[in-house]
Design a protein. Structure first.
Length: 150
């Protein structure tokens, strides 16, 4: 029974660790994504996600394009296009307002956001694997000890 109790504790410990890790990684994913999108409050969104989890992350996801999808008018041909486009889609003139949305630093942030998100999802899936192992172990133990039911 000592080994069994230890096994259960290890599974629960790992579960809590994975849940915490998943949430922290998700917070970092939100932070780096917000940086890459030139969001004005990356730290606020990261903290909200870190403390409250997936719900603020989903709200963030709905709002994340707000800055970069803002429309501006081309000074040369007058067509409306997204502020994050480095060049006008019609006449090709350079758009100076796109500078915060492009460049090597933005690519680094995007990559980091992606990496953090992938690992957050991996850990999240692992929690379900643990729950499955836990249930399986309980079923096996119950079936090998029929007197548990009496
Ligand atoms: Zn133009």
């Amino acid at each position: 029974m000592g080994i069994l109790a230890m096994g259960i504790m290890v599974i629960w410990g790992l579960g809590i660790l994975f849940a915490l890790g998943s949430q922290i990684l998700l917070a970092f994913a939100v932070y780096f994504d917000a940086k890459s999108k030139n969001n004005s409050d990356p730290v606020m969104w990261a903290l909200l996600t870190g403390f409250l989890g997936w719900i603020p992350a989903i709200i963030y996801l709905c709002l994340r394009g707000k800055e970069s999808d803002r429309l501006i008018y081309c000074p040369q041909c007058g067509i409306a296009h997204r502020v994050s486009m480095p060049n006008c889609p019609q006449c090709g003139i350079m758009n100076p307002y796109a500078a915060p949305f492009v460049g090597p630093q933005v690519d680094v942030w995007k990559k980091r956001a992606k990496l953090c998100l992938i690992w957050a999802i991996v850990l999240f899936v692992l929690i379900f694997v643990l729950i499955f192992i836990f249930i399986l172990a309980m079923v096996l133990i119950a079936s090998s000890n029929p007197y548990i039911y009496y």
